[in-house]
Design a binder for this molecule. Structure first.
Ligand code: SAM
Length: 253
């Protein structure tokens, strides 16, 4: 065992029942590449290692790496910040499907989600455990304060399913929030050409969420009049389909 480091968001899972439920939520097969974010001391890892011949774990903490290697000498571990890893570069063969799983460090939940979405076209499914509050934001309704960039990107890039809640008591050390496990089935039919423009428009719209889009989108530096039907609204009033339409009308595709 290693002493948990708060700065690395280390809360280790200790409930075998929950561990089993998380691992079983992945619909990968033996042919697929399975990537774990933050194996820590191996709660999920030891099951994934047995089940998937093409398995890679990405861990920032060298101490965890040492512990894992003792138990699983053949485990492939990438010692890196996950935010710097290009998942497709880990493929063992061309066109291999990619699955991403992890009890992710909570201090970088949103950056990790954005990192996974940025690579959505390469990923088939991702199963991630995160703070309950963030999981709820992913499924927020329009016109609520939780509805934001994360909600819109989640629904644009994936079909997200809230799987189950996890009480804080099953971690060591016990964090001060509850958690939840979410499965993201990535949208395979995504039109890659629209992605950069879509992200730019959504970000700019929510950066000034109190303002009407006629004002909030001025910084895009493009003629807004083709999107007249949306200009009197605020970001939180638009659905994902509205944002796609808005992106098209503004010529970002
Ligand atoms: N998977 C283990 C479990 O469920 O018990 C550990 C989960 S713990 C919440 C998060 C793990 O992510 C820790 O092992 C931590 O060292 C690792 N981690 C933190 N920041 C990271 C980063 N930027 N890149 C990769 N791993 C990171």
């Amino acid at each position: 065992m290693i002493q948990a480091k708060k700065s690395l968001g280390q809360n280790f899972l200790k409930d075998e029942n929950i561990i089993g439920k998380i691992v079983n939520s992945l619909f990968a097969t033996e042919d697929d590449l399975v990537i774990e974010i933050g194996p820590g001391t191996g709660a999920l890892t030891r099951h994934l290692y047995k089940r998937y011949p093409n398995f890679v774990a990405i861990e920032l903490d060298e101490r965890a790496e040492e512990v894992l290697k003792l138990e699983m000498p053949d485990l492939e571990i990438i010692h890196s910040d996950v935010l710097k890893v290009d998942f497709k570069s880990l493929r063992k063969k061309e066109n291999q499907r990619i699955f991403v799983i992890g009890n992710i460090p909570y201090y970088i939940t949103s950056p990790i989600l954005f990192h996974v979405f940025d690579q959505a076209v390469e990923i088939t499914q991702s199963v991630l455990m995160m703070q309950l509050e963030v999981a709820q934001r992913l499924a927020a309704d329009k016109r609520t304060k939780d509805y934001g960039i994360l909600t819109v990107q989640t629904q644009f890039f994936s079909q997200a399913d809230f799987l189950f809640k996890v009480p804080r008591q099953v971690f060591h050390p016990v964090p001060n929030v509850d958690s939840a496990v979410v499965s993201f089935k990535m949208n395979q039919g995504l039109n890659a050409a629209i992605v950069p423009g879509f992200k730019k428009v959504v970000r700019m719209a929510f950066n000034q969420r109190r303002k009407k889009l006629s004002n909030a989108l001025k910084g895009l530096g493009v003629e807004l009049s083709p999107a007249e039907q949306f200009l009197d609204k605020r970001a939180e009033e638009l659905t994902v389909d509205d944002f796609i339409e808005l992106t098209r009308l503004l010529g970002f595709n």
